[in-house]
Design a protein. Structure first.
Length: 513
């Protein structure tokens, strides 16, 4: 398979070019298509990673033809490009765009789609990879997949190969029962290796780098255990509220929206055992093993290990930030959580006794995502009165957003008196070091789906185990209603109870991020 290679110091990097593909986007008139999918596909095209034979078909209820779809993408995407060279390239790229209109439950739609695909693939039917991206509400997944199956559009042309793939966005169910039902519906038409469950967090450079940081460097992995690590914090904070997603959020809440996928995926990458090779099944096997090692919670444990909160009104620098209950589309008595902090333990030899603290929320002090590994204090300090001035612990921070990078803090002598010590940081930012136009998260996942690489996609057993862990928490909160729901001011770092959660273990949140 063709690829692009380059040297990197004493290392090596290689990017494979996608095979000839037909990419079908359901929900093509929606927001995700214009904001992420078309720009990401254009990025692949611009970087020479999209095969010349590749075609992109939009499919939605909105009535358009090929030309009007191209015009819409020109209006929505071309204007965001910075240089004339990029705009000229986008003009060439739009020749790859086509469109089919119709209802997702109508046989006629899939008949038209089949004809369009047959026309575009011409004589290369068996050679072409097909990727169907379901950029639609989750309640349409079953309808679309069953109609694709009935129309023969996901039938494999070559026995034993998997060249017909379906990408679905979260939510992958809303609890254990609904997730299992969704799997059964998908499996009635598709094989598991045809299903690509997408989580764009997995494709961020820093998240991908966790495996290389741990398993390609001898200096880290020997310390990656309960003998040297005191605690690990994972924070995903957003400064905005629910915005236009209030309807979805009222049905979901933050635990479903962030913990069941993003947070647990990052936890697995940080804590899992080394896979035996860098392939999809080996890596995904270790993630599931890690989930199976997380200590489950009894009813009493849930109240001790979880804090759920909801943002309230505040006014900062003259700007009003409304309470969640005042957002359009939100019930005035809503008990939906917009903040969750959790403490969990992993019961295996590597992590026994090490607390993991996870938190995520809306309308917090700033937008940031990071993983902070705090190492234990040295057993004895020879520098002055260590009781009154304890040395700062070493902290390794993996910044996921907005500035992707890595930093390591350590104690060192400062200029001046003989005994003058301070905490210093070595910081690395991808944007400062690499000038290359890197593939973005959605571009990475779209490219991998065309290549048939499921490493960065989520497998069914991971989803099942994640829901098994969190469904009891959701049921407990449903019973409690507003009881135990903690309120916090918009623009803060969440409810005070979240601070107490970590302080009981002798730590504190990194609110200076």
């Amino acid at each position: 398979m063709a690829g692009i290679s380059c040297g990197l110091g004493n290392g090596f990097c290689q990017e494979l070019i996608a095979p000839a593909s037909t990419v079908v986007i359901f929900g093509a008139s929606g927001d995700l298509t214009k904001r992420k999918l078309i720009p990401s596909l254009f990025g692949l095209y611009k970087n020479g990673l999209l095969n010349d034979e590749t075609k992109i078909i939009g499919c939605a209820r909105t009535k358009m033809d090929d030309e009007s779809f191209r015009e819409k993408m020109n209006n929505d995407v071309r204007g965001t490009l910075k240089s004339q060279k990029e705009k000229d390239l986008f003009d060439l790229f739009t020749r790859k765009l086509f469109y089919v209109s119709g209802g997702y439950g109508e046989d006629e739609t899939y008949g038209k789609l089949s004809s369009k695909i047959e026309q575009l693939e011409a004589e290369k039917y068996e050679e072409m990879v097909r990727v169907y991206y379901l950029s639609t509400p989750a309640n349409l997944y079953e309808t679309i997949v069953k109609n694709l199956g009935a129309a023969g559009l996901v039938d494999e042309p070559v026995p034993g190969e998997t060249s017909r793939r379906v990408i679905i966005e979260k939510p992958f169910g809303f609890d254990s029962e609904s997730a299992n039902k969704l799997d059964q519906e998908l499996w009635s038409v598709l094989k598991e290796d045809q299903i690509y469950r997408i989580d764009h967090y997995l494709a961020k450079e820093t998240v991908q780098n966790i495996l290389m940081l741990r398993f390609a460097n001898m200096i880290f992995e020997p310390l990656w255990n309960n003998k040297y690590i005191d605690n690990i914090q994972i924070t995903v904070s957003e400064s905005i509220g629910v915005e236009h997603r209030a309807g979805f959020y009222e049905q979901s809440g933050l635990l479903r929206d962030m913990f069941q996928n993003h947070m647990l995926v990052m936890l697995c990458l940080v804590a899992m055992e080394p896979p035996n090779s860098f392939d999809a099944n080996s890596i995904r096997n270790e993630k599931v093993k890690l989930l199976n090692s997380i200590r489950s919670w009894s009813t009493d444990d849930i109240n001790e290990s979880f804090v759920r909160g909801q943002y309230t009104y505040s006014k900062q620098d003259g700007e009003e930030k409304y309470a969640y209950r005042d957002e359009e589309g939100v019930d005035k008595g809503s008990t939906t959580e917009t903040f969750v902090a959790a403490k969990l333990f992993i019961d295996n030899w590597r992590w026994k006794g090490v607390p993991f603290f996870l938190r995520s929320g809306k309308r917090l002090a700033k937008r940031s995502s990071e993983i902070a590994i705090t190492f234990k204090e040295i057993p004895h300090s020879i520098f002055g009165n260590s009781d009154s001035q304890p040395l700062s612990p070493n902290v390794l921070v993996l910044n996921v957003q907005p500035d992707e990078g890595v930093s390591l803090s350590f104690n060192a002598k400062k200029p001046g008196p003989k005994l003058c010590m301070g905490n210093l940081s070595m910081d690395f930012k991808y944007s400062d070091v690499f000038d290359a136009d890197n593939t973005d998260a959605y571009g990475r996942l779209l490219l991998d789906s065309m290549l048939g690489d499921q490493t960065l996609f989520i497998r069914s057993d991971f989803i099942s185990k994640a829901w098994e862990l969190l469904t009891p928490v959701l049921k407990q909160w449903e019973k409690q209603g507003e009881d135990k729901l903690k309120f916090y001011s918009s623009g803060s770092w969440g409810p005070r109870a979240a601070d107490s959660l970590i302080e009981k273990c002798g730590g504190k949140w990194r609110n200076d991020i």
